[in-house]
Design a protein around this ligand. Structure first.
Ligand SMILES: Nc1ncnc2c1ncn2[C@@H]1O[C@H](COP(=O)(O)OP(=O)(O)O)[C@@H](O)[C@H]1O
Ligand SMILES: [Mg+2]
Length: 260
C-alpha cells in the first residue's frame, strides 16, 4: 500500500528500515496442499534497531527473512525495505572453496560491480575487523567453522550494508564459538551502525543480541508476542549471568511455550 510507505517517510523521528504490513505468504497455490507459511504479519524494524526473531521450526522465520531480502514476494500485504543496501548471512558460510579468504570477502562487492581497488581495500578492512587479517591467503578449507562464519560476516560487511539480514548464522557452531561470535557481531553492529533482523531458535542468543525479540507461533506462522529487551549496552559476556537477563530469557521461553 503506497499509504503505508508515505506514512513512514512523513515520520522521520520513527524512521523505519523494514516494515511488514498485513503480510501473508502461502506456498503451493490454493488447493488443499497449500502451506500458509506466514499469516497477518505486522512488524516494523526501526533504523539502527536490532530485532531477533525466535520460533519453532517451520513457523516461517526464513520466509520472513527471504521476503525482507526480496527473494520472495508476499501473497498478501506489503513488505517495504527502506534501503537497497542489504547484506545477508545464512547458517552456512557458503564460501567458494577454491578462492582464497580475501577473494571470498571481495566476492559480493565484485558482483555489485565495485572496482578492484575499492573492493580490495574494503575486504582487507572488514577481514581485519573480524580478526582474520592473517588468514587472507588461506583457503576456506583451512579454517575452522567459526572462522568461516567470520569470513561470511566480513564478506557481508564489505558491502557496507545499512541493513543486515541474518538467518541462524551461528546455528552450526559449537557453544563456545557461538558465544564469541555473538559478542563479535554486537561489536560490528556498534561500529557499523546497521539495522539487524536476526533469526535464531536460541532464546539466550536472541535476548543477548536484540533490543526487541519477536516470538512466533507455527502453523500458520504468526507473531505471538514482541518483547522489549531493555538490558544495558554494550552487552558483555557477564550479562548472561545477570538476573535481569535470566528474567527476560524466562519470559521469552514462556512465550515460546505458549506459542508452540
Ligand atoms: N519454497 C517452499 N515451498 C513450499 N513450502 C515451503 C517453502 N519454503 C518454506 N516452506 C514451508 O513454509 C513453512 C515455513 O518455512 P520456513 O520459513 O523455512 O520456516 P523456519 O525457517 O521457521 O523453519 C514450512 O512449513 C515450510 O515447509
Ligand atoms: Mg529457517
Amino acid at each position: 500500500m503506497p499509504g503505508t510507505v508515505a506514512g513512514i517517510e512523513s515520520d522521520p523521528a520513527a524512521a523505519v528500515a523494514i516494515s511488514f504490513d498485513a503480510v501473508g505468504k502461502r506456498y503451493g497455490g490454493n488447493d488443499s496442499g497449500a502451506v500458509i507459511a506466514l499469516d497477518d504479519i505486522d512488524l516494523r524494524v526501526r533504523r539502527g534497531e536490532f530485532v531477533a526473531v525466535v520460533g519453532p521450526s517451520g513457523c516461517g522465520k526464513s520466509t520472513l527473512l527471504r521476503l525482507a531480502a526480496g527473494l520472495e514476494q508476499p501473497s498478501s500485504g506489503t513488505v517495504a525495505v527502506q534501503s537497497d543496501s542489504v547484506g545477508f548471512i545464512f547458517q552456512d558460510a557458503t564460501l567458494l572453496p577454491w578462492r582464497k579468504v580475501l577473494r571470498n570477502v571481495e566476492l559480493c562487492a565484485e558482483l555489485r560491480g565495485i572496482g578492484r581497488t575499492a573492493r580490495r581495500a574494503r575486504a582487507t578492512r572488514t577481514l581485519a575487523a573480524v580478526g582474520l587479517a592473517d588468514f587472507a591467503d588461506k583457503l576456506p578449507g583451512q579454517l575452522s567453522g567459526g572462522m568461516r562464519m567470520r569470513v561470511s560476516l566480513a564478506r557481508a560487511l564489505a558491502l557496507e550494508p545499512e541493513i543486515m539480514l541474518l538467518d541462524e548464522p551461528f546455528g552450526a557452531l559449537d557453544e563456545i564459538t557461538r558465544l564469541g561470535m555473538q559478542e563479535e557481531l554486537l561489536r560490528l553492529y556498534r561500529d557499523n551502525a546497521f539495522t539487524a533482523l536476526f533469526i535464531t531458535h536460541s532464546v539466550s542468543e536472541a535476548v543477548f543480541l536484540a533490543s526487541r525479540v519477536v516470538v512466533m507461533s507455527a502453523r500458520p506462522g504468526r507473531i505471538h508476542r514482541v518483547i522489549d529487551i531493555d538490558l544495558p549496552t554494550p552487552r558483555t559476556r557477564d550479562l548472561r549471568f545477570d538476573p535481569a537477563f535470566t528474567a527476560l530469557a524466562a519470559r521469552v521461553s514462556a512465550s515460546l511455550k505458549e506459542a508452540s
